[in-house]
Ligand binder design. Sequence first.
Ligand SMILES: CCCCCCCC/C=C\CCCCCCCC(=O)N[C@@H](CO)[C@H](O)/C=C/CCCCCCCCCCCCC
Ligand SMILES: [Ca+2]
Ligand SMILES: [Zn+2]
Length: 263
Amino acid sequence: MAPSVSHAHSDPSPPGGFWGPPTSTLDWCEENYFVSVFVAEFWNTVSNLLMILPPIYGAIRTSRDGLETRYVFAFLGLAAVGVGSWSFHMTLQYEMQLLDELPMIYSCCIFVYCLLECFKRENSINYIMITILLGFSVAVTVVYLLWTEPVFHQVMYGVLVFCLVLRSMYVVTWVYPWLRPLCYTSLGVFLLGFILWNVDNLLCDTLRAARLRLPPVIGAVTQFHAWWHIFTGFGSHLHILLSLQTRATYLKRRPRVKVRMIL
Ligand SMILES: CCCCCCCC/C=C\CCCCCCCC(=O)N[C@@H](CO)[C@H](O)/C=C/CCCCCCCCCCCCC
Ligand SMILES: [Ca+2]
Ligand SMILES: [Zn+2]
């Protein structure tokens, strides 16, 4: 279900903006340069704050608590996706799109590494697994630079998420069943975001027509790609906490990670 380019819809966007015409291969449903001439897709841009700030806080806490560096990288990877996504939606330029989409692959590989290695001795490093995941990320990068088809990126990302789901289910089914609520919440929030991502793509014309009739504040709430950022960001954050809690439990460390709103 690829998002459509804006000219495929009845796009009421003003013709120009600060960053010039979009050069990205994707242009989401939010009307371009509607709120500000400096920000192409305003709500899709600012919603990334919720994907940037909590993981930075998570990385600081993880580092301060002396937990393994791989989890600091996991949090920073998620924050990097948020920064890339901010840059992309603000400009709709192709280079910024890569800054959004490629870190999704790289950070997901960090998540996969963390979860596959959660039952190994403390501070062990699996160089073979790192080589495989790095090789996969670089291969996806090279192919995507040569073949600029967004569906390719989406399928590769989907494969990584599927691996995470399978491994998480294994952990909470066979090893630590008491972590099921955290796992299911993470998965549920992430899937809700994915549903909203599809709603935004499939019902774009209807949403745009509705926004013309609704007061601006209510209209802003119908920016479902922005909601996807919020839900997928939160779901990913919870996933890191699940992975971190699994690891802390295995290492018999007093779990310092508490699931408050953020960490
Ligand atoms: C047990 C729960 C697993 C949670 C896994 C969390 C993995 C998170 C990894 C990285 C964080 C990325 C956060 C997403 C940022 C989105 C930024 C964005 O919107 N980027 C777009 C450009 O703006 C980009 O083009 C969007 C691509 C969307 C791809 C959607 C494919 C989704 C595939 C989901 C497959 C679900 C499979 C579920 C199987 C049960
Ligand atoms: Ca748009
Ligand atoms: Zn986005």
